[in-house]
Ligand binder design. Structure first.
Ligand code: COA
Length: 325
């Protein structure tokens, strides 16, 4: 049985925050942000938009693109690190908004979340438990961003992307590689607000309920693990980077993507990039990029596609699949 992507969708909030806007909030400027990251602007959810709202809109687009009846979906997985609540899951809220009967759960693997969720959705279908799975990556990173910290607030943005997975006539999933290394947890975390250190006046005053990151360490980590995971999935399939038609990497920093393009001796045209428009949308970044690549006609039936994620956990991973549409 071949299992692949039946359709893609995405959604980004209307409000645009440019580098020039940020320069009015913290000591930074467009030139610094552009040259160090490639990011020009990002989207910010409105006060009444939460992660499930973005996820729902991306899901509707993916269902429409797949050309299926929404009632065919039997499982909804939402990869997110910015869920609406501790409980219920964001996926359950999306299931309700869609008005379907389906199992639903969230998956937490930060910026690698969509890679984990895609592999999980594939596995449910492969095991014969479900026929069609809706896999969403959705984030409102603006809600965990310290808007006074120029080291992090320039990087992140809000958005959502989704795919419908199901049986396909051709192509589909080829190989996957997922890794976690919790020894690096402290390099990228929200220190308070969980069971270790519940939210309090003190944690709020210390801004410990916002994302803290060791940018240099994360950069080194990304440049090391990105090639490692891609080499793994290529080896599993006994092919080389030359055989790949499109890489859709996590949209964290253009310098990370450029270093991988050099390392694999592949032209930058083979790497889909939209981080200049959205910044780093964590778990949403890969499906948001995949959907834009699909809608721009960058994917043809038979194309070999690699999607890659890395980030908090620390986690990383990748998937190789063949475009079936
Ligand atoms: N604007 C202007 N200057 C800034 C700045 C900003 N927004 N942020 C930091 N700086 C300053 C620093 O204070 C430092 O000044 P100093 O040399 O006087 O001490 C200088 O710029 C260099 O800082 P550094 O942190 O070394 O910059 P960098 O080249 O490592 O770039 C990041 C910073 C965050 C862009 C980079 O480390 C990065 O992209 N890391 C990976 C982050 C990531 O992808 N995270 C998510 C993973 S899922």
């Amino acid at each position: 049985m071949k299992i692949g992507v039946l359709g893609t969708g995405s959604f980004a909030p209307e409000k645009i925050l440019t580098n020039d806007d940020l320069a009015k909030m913290v000591d930074t400027n467009d030139e610094w942000i552009s040259t160090r990251t490639g990011i020009k602007e990002r989207r910010i959810a409105s006060a009444d938009e939460a992660t499930s709202d973005l996820a729902y809109r991306a899901a509707l687009n993916a269902i429409d693109n797949a050309g299926i009846d929404k009632n065919e979906i039997e499982l909804v997985i939402v990869a997110t690190m910015t869920s609406d609540h501790f409980t219920p899951s964001t996926a359950a809220l999306v299931q309700d908004k869609l008005g379907i009967k389906a199992a639903a759960f969230d998956l937490s693997a930060a910026c690698t979340g969509f890679i984990y969720a895609f592999t999980t959705g594939y596995s449910f279908i492969k095991a014969g438990i479900y026929k069609k799975v809706l896999v969403i990556g959705a984030e409102t990173m603006s809600r965990v961003t310290d808007w006074t910290d120029r080291g992090t607030c320039i990087l992140f943005g809000d958005g959502a992307g989704a795919v419908v997975l199901g049986e396909t006539e051709t192509g589909g999933f080829i190989s996957s590689h997922l890794v976690a290394d919790g020894s690096g947890a402290c390099e990228l975390l929200v220190p308070a607000g969980g069971s270790r250190t519940p939210a309090s006046h003190e944690t709020l005053d210390n801004k410990d309920v916002y994302l803290k990151m060791n940018g240099r360490e994360i950069f080194k980590f990304a440049v090391k693990v990105f090639p490692e995971t891609v080499e793994n999935i290529l080896e599993q399939a006994n092919i080389t980077a030359d055989d790949i038609d499109l890489f859709v990497p996590h949209q964290a920093n253009i310098r990370i993507i450029e270093s991988i393009s050099k390392r694999f001796k592949q032209p930058m045209e083979k790497f889909y990039v939209n981080l200049h428009k959205y910044g780093n949308t964590s778990g949403a970044s890969v499906p948001l990029a995949l959907d834009e690549a699909n809608r721009e006609g960058r994917l043809k039936k038979g194309d070999k596609v690699v999607i890659v994620g890395f980030g908090g956990g620390l986690t990383y991973g990748s998937i190789l699949f063949e475009w079936s549409k």
